[in-house]
Design a protein around this ligand. Sequence first.
Ligand code: HEC
Ligand code: HEC
Ligand code: HEC
Ligand code: HEC
Ligand code: HEC
Length: 470
Amino acid sequence: MHKWLSPLIFFSNNWISRIGVVLVSAAAVFWLFLLPTFIAGHAASAYMGIVLFMVLPTAFFMGLALIPLGIFLNKKRAQAALAESTGPLFTWANPAFRRLVTFTGVVTFVNVLIGANLSYRAVEHMEGVQFCGTTCHTVMIPEYTAYQNSPHSKVECVKCHIGPGANWFVKSKLSGLYQVYAVTVNNFERPVPTPIRNLRPARETCEGCHWPEKYGGDRLRVIPHFDDEGKMTRSVLLMRIGGASATGSGIHSAHVGPGIRIRYAHSDEKRSTIPWVEYQRDGKVNEFLAAKTKKEDVANMSVREMDCVDCHNRPSHTFEAPERGLDNAMARGSVPPDLPEIRKVALEVMKKEYASTEQAVSALPASIASFYKEKHANVYGQRQADVAKAAKGVLAVWQRNVFPEMKVTWGSYPNHLGHNDYPGCFRCHDGEHKTGDGKKAIEQDCNSCHVMLAMEESDPKILKDLGVTH
Ligand code: HEC
Ligand code: HEC
Ligand code: HEC
Ligand code: HEC
Ligand code: HEC
């Protein structure tokens, strides 16, 4: 009566079915170990879901398929063994049944030991920056590269992209699954589109580490510039960061201070054109409309509540404009500023289009070297090492910002924190966004956001007074 089941007993006589059992058992054990961390949400890995819902089930069903396959391929032997066996099949007295139970038992026990250990490590690994930054290598490489050069290079990706709590964890899992699918079938946008449409409200993530009382006060910014002769000037700004002061003035107090809510309408996906702004402060509401805009014009536009990333949209993936990247490299000395015409030739070769990173790595330094060989043979003769250093420094700036494989080039990812390289603050603070009666505008007063202590001076007095010597 157990006839249809009986061949199962003899599977342990064939290797294919045994491998099947190992797979089924391993997948089941790993699944059970990983599930609780997934549900609890503290294993904040964007890709745990893939392992749980794609990799492990695949292994499980492959194993399940191998068992009958092995039995089928060894049908003759199993039938012979069956014919030889006497007495009831499913009793401990039957050696074949004993083998089946022992084999399955040992395999499961070993899997539990390995599984407990490995799944713990897998969780740790997938929470890690390495995993997020490098698993889909080409896709994430622009963000990962910029991230490594940012003040957040020690902050895990998931801290900003997912944050605490189970709700967003599950949401990110679901979109993570789709993303893996998209990468697998090579169907994703290049560059990765920005802004991220359903990023978690930043105040729930950023404020886990930064909070208004902590990012207050004023902050000195020294910004280097070089002219075409390689002469350095510096601008010195006192940024009115605000936040903690009793008067409630300053940048943070005005937008994310207590009792404040700002909403705005944007006419493009990039949020670069903002025709309508609503400002609520302690229950009082002001509406500002851009020049030549009527309330009806904005009726169908997307509306967004302003938070940290409407200014800090590049806290971690900060890509530079070519001039700024070069100025910073020259100020650091990684591109020697006193090489004649270095700024001009550097900008020229940096802005050229290259088909791949590989091509740029060989062509870009070579064009700088040949420029000096041809145009400044003297300099090249005497300062070959400096020319090589400059070529390397310029290439480094390029490599931090341009990624042909992902179609990321200068300006692909604008930075809203400022108004010089991109519209940034001036998307609203252009002096033309006015209330209905035209009496009040969103300020463009140069001293409301920063005090200009020096403007492109070669030797700012303020820095001497403060004792800043470098
Ligand atoms: C300090 C917070 C923070 C950290 C840490 C962080 N990101 Fe981001 N990331 C952001 C913000 C903010 C945006 C842009 C959001 C927007 O404009 O909608 C972003 C955007 C992105 C984008 C979309 C493309 C783009 O550049 O706008 C990708 C991809 C990305 N991040 C990957 C990563 C990876 C991989 C890591 C870890 C190596 C990481 N991020 C770490 C805050 C962070
Ligand atoms: C897990 C903690 C953590 C989270 C989450 C986090 N940050 Fe930071 N942030 C840091 C650390 C650490 C630094 C470096 C502090 C330093 O340099 O003194 C930093 C530095 C900064 C700075 C100063 C950069 C500079 O130029 O000195 C800004 C601005 C900033 N973070 C904004 C953000 C924003 C916006 C978010 C949310 C998208 C965010 N941070 C999320 C930990 C965090
Ligand atoms: C209206 C734009 C705007 C908004 C909104 C905004 N910030 Fe800032 N934040 C700035 C500017 C501008 C600076 C100064 C940058 C500089 O030094 O050049 C700054 C500086 C900072 C710093 C560095 C402070 C220091 O002492 O060096 C931190 C940290 C920070 N912001 C966090 C946040 C967080 C968290 C939020 C959201 C709750 C937020 N910001 C919202 C514009 C903004
Ligand atoms: C979405 C539109 C928007 C953007 C973008 C924006 N702001 Fe504002 N900001 C406002 C509004 C609205 C007010 C309040 C205007 C009023 O009531 O006078 C304001 C007020 C301020 C104030 C207070 C001015 C005062 O006189 O009290 C400062 C400082 C400020 N913003 C700095 C910045 C900086 C720096 C940036 C860019 C990093 C920026 N803002 C980007 C909308 C914006
Ligand atoms: C709404 C706030 C705001 C207003 C108004 C504003 N700025 Fe700025 N400004 C900023 C921020 C933010 C930065 C960026 C600092 C940084 O790089 O982190 C900046 C940077 C600068 C820089 C340094 C850029 C560089 O590359 O050297 C200069 C110069 C400057 N502003 C001049 C002005 C002048 C002139 C005005 C008056 C027309 C003005 N700003 C009005 C917010 C403002």
